[in-house]
Design a protein around this ligand. Sequence first.
Ligand SMILES: [Zn+2]
Length: 276
Amino acid sequence: MNHWTRPSGLDRTQSLRVEERVAQEWSAAAVLMVDPHGNLAAERGRPRLLTQRGSQLPEDILLGWFGGRPWFVRPVTAVDGEAVGWRDLDPADSDPLAAAVALTRWHATGPLCERCGESTQPDLMGARRICPRCGTLAFPRIDPCIIVAITDPDDRLLLARQGPWPEGRFSVIAGFIEAGESAEQACHREASEEVGVTIGALRYVSSQPWPMPRSLMLGFEARAEDGRIRVDGDEIVEGAYHTRSELAAAVESGSVRLPGRLSIARHLIERWLSPR
Ligand SMILES: [Zn+2]
C-alpha cells in the first residue's frame, strides 16, 4: 500500500484560534530541527526532537497536529550531530517531515513581495508570509513534475539513466511541467524529448511530495506505441526496455540499481513488477 494515497497523518487544520491552542499545548510540542538545505537532525533513524524547547520562537514554523500534539520545525543554520534527508527516516513520520523540509526551505529563500519587492515576513506561524509594506500574502510554492513508467507493447519497462547519475543507476522518465501545459502533455513531451518514445495509452496512478526543494511528483503509467527508443544523449545517456526476468537478473548482478524504496519511481516500478 502506498503511504501517499491514504489520508495524511498530519492535521493541518488552521483556525483563528490556532495561536491560543498552541499556547496551551506548547509544553507537549514536538520540535524538529532542519537546516536550509533540508537536512533534519536525527537519532538512530528517528527525527531528533528538541528536548529543551524553551519558549516558542518567532521563527518556529507550525506543521500541524500529529500523534495528538503540535509539531513544529525550528530552522537552524546547521544541524549539530546526525543529519539526514527526510526520506532516510522512518516512513511513519513522512507527513510532518516532508512538510518540515518544504517549509524550512521555502522560508530560507526569504521571498520578496511579488507586488512591491519588499522583504516578506513569516505569518500565521509560518503557514504563509506577509509583506509589511503592502500586506500582500505569499504562500509556499510547489513545482509539479510528472514521472511516468513507460512499457512497450510487449509489456517491457523502460528504464533510463540521466547524465549526472552514476553508472548503474536507472529510473523511469520524469520532468517538470512547463507553463501552460497539462500533466498528460508533459508526459507525452518528456517521453518524446528524452527517449524518442510516442505514448499511446496514458493513465494517472498517484502522487508524492518531493520537497527537494519543492516538487510534487505526479505518477503515470504509459504504453508506448512501439518498442523503439532514441535517447537524447543530453538529459538521458542510456536507456533500454527490460522484461521482468531481465530486470530481476540485472538487479541481482548489480548492473542496475533501482530508486530508493520510498520514492514514487520505485512505487511505479514495483507496480509493474507485481501486476494485479
Ligand atoms: Zn509588498
